[in-house]
Design a protein around this ligand. Structure first.
Ligand code: ARG
Length: 418
């Protein structure tokens, strides 16, 4: 008897991927190895492993990838200032390329012909997985049951019942969620109405700002080269530091985001996020850059941040363009060291203090008090030359153009051909 071919399935333990195990076996006649990856919030890997074997996996693998996730994905994204459309810290988008890489590595190690994931056909995640997998392993087949089977939620429940797959009703929720230690996303249900305020039960990591403590809390974040290395004077490794900030900032209602976002596949979708640590750290990191980068460096960095965030969101992690941008970011971060004091209060994480051994803010230049070293007389010559082009142009245009021709004409009138 010849052995069957194998597929490695990214397995969360939820209904979709549990049904996928059976469905792949029936549809493709392949053996299924499940791979469950902890990105910092997986409570019970062993029970997920047991469930995978129960629903028919030949082998159930689990791995804690939290540290790699922080060092290779989260910190570089923070250094880059990567916030998609200015607000979303990209938790899910950052996790996908790592999961894709672990799928490919595992498939190769176990001689599997294909990899599989539980994404549907209308989201960003299928794009991120497929692009990453095919970039890393062009020969690998990809199976995406939820994109292929055309079952509704109801069909899926029926299929599960018919095949003896138990549905954990205690975990049933009106929402579809995803999470790792960088953040949590919430979609579906009433949230699909962009006019509806998100109900409190959508949130799991944060307290409503109105219910948050009346007393503010302060936290001091220490950065070395743009990477957080300590809290309140205590050195901490990455995962511990992020967990600690989620734990402290969440109860103050910090990190709630309501984003009408542009998906890669062209859909606008309403996404709710909770990311207390990410929101706090991006604000603190930004404050330290204000202190340590020059104006043109800040302006250019802003442009890079936008492209960097789009690159991550669009699933292009394993690209040369990423490496090019990362080289600039890394170089820019050499001076981003120091400490930022953040105030947590009623839904906000606000910078209230910054210090750095490499500060470009100089009291002797900024002060209006005693000890001012700024040369006030030098300002006159500067102003004369700085304003020269504007003054010149104003003079020329005044003579040449009547006022109304300066109005933009953007809409041509309708013409009547005869
Ligand atoms: N809209 C976010 C993103 O594209 C969150 C996606 C969450 N994914 C999920 N399968 N629930 O990154």
């Amino acid at each position: 008897m010849t052995e069957k071919d194998t597929v490695v399935l990214a397995y969360s333990g939820g209904l979709d991927t549990s049904v996928a195990v059976t469905w792949i076996k029936e549809t493709y006649d392949l053996e299924v190895i499940t791979l469950t990856i902890d990105l910092g919030t997986q409570e019970d890997l062993e029970s997920i492993r047991r469930r995978a074997l129960e629903v028919g996996a030949v082998k159930a693998l689990v791995v804690d990838a939290t540290e790699v996730f922080v060092d290779y994905f989260i910190w570089p994204a923070l250094q880059a200032g990567a916030l998609y459309e200015g607000v979303y810290p990209l938790a899910t988008a950052l996790g996908r390329p790592l999961i894709a890489k672990l799928l490919v590595d595992t498939a190769r190690r176990h001689g599997a012909r294909a990899v599989a994931h539980g994404c549907t056909g209308k989201g960003n995640d299928q794009v991120r997985f497929d692009v990453a997998i095919k970039t890393l392993a062009p020969e690998m087949e990809i199976i995406a049951p939820a994109r292929e089977w055309g079952m509704t939620r109801e069909d899926e429940m029926d299929y599960a019942a018919e095949h003896g797959i138990t549905v954990d009703v205690t975990r049933k929720s009106p929402y579809s969620t995803d999470e790792n230690l960088w953040g949590r996303s919430i979609e579906c249900g009433v949230l699909e109405d962009p006019w509806a305020e998100p109900p409190e039960d959508a949130y799991a990591w944060t307290t409503a700002p109105a219910e948050a403590p009346d007393e503010a809390e302060y936290v001091e974040v220490e950065f070395e080269c743009g990477v957080p290395v300590g809290l309140d004077g205590r050195k901490m490794d990455g995962p511990e530091l992020i967990h600690e900030l989620n734990r402290r900032a969440g109860p103050h209602g910090v990190g709630r985001i309501d984003h009408l976002e542009n998906r890669v596949v062209g859909i606008k979708s309403r996404e709710i996020y909770e990311a207390p640590a990410a929101v706090l750290l991006h604000a603190a990191h930004r404050a330290l850059e204000e202190m340590t980068l020059t104006r043109p460096a800040l302006r250019f960095k802003q442009t890079v941040s936008t492209h960097y965030a789009d690159m991550i969101y669009d699933g292009l992690w394993f690209s040369k363009f990423h490496q090019d941008m990362a080289a600039f970011v890394l170089s820019s971060q050499q001076v981003v060291s120091g400490t930022v004091r953040m105030k947590l209060y009623k839904g906000q994480a606000t910078k209230v203090g910054v210090k750095s051994p490499l500060a470009l803010y100089r009291k002797e230049l900024a002060t209006y008090d005693e000890g001012d070293q700024f040369d006030h007389q030098a300002a006159l010559g500067f102003i004369a030359l700085h304003g020269l082009p504007v003054r010149t142009q104003a003079r020329v245009l005044k003579a040449a153009l009547p006022e109304e021709t300066l109005r933009p004409k953007l809409n041509p009138p309708e013409l009547t051909p005869e």
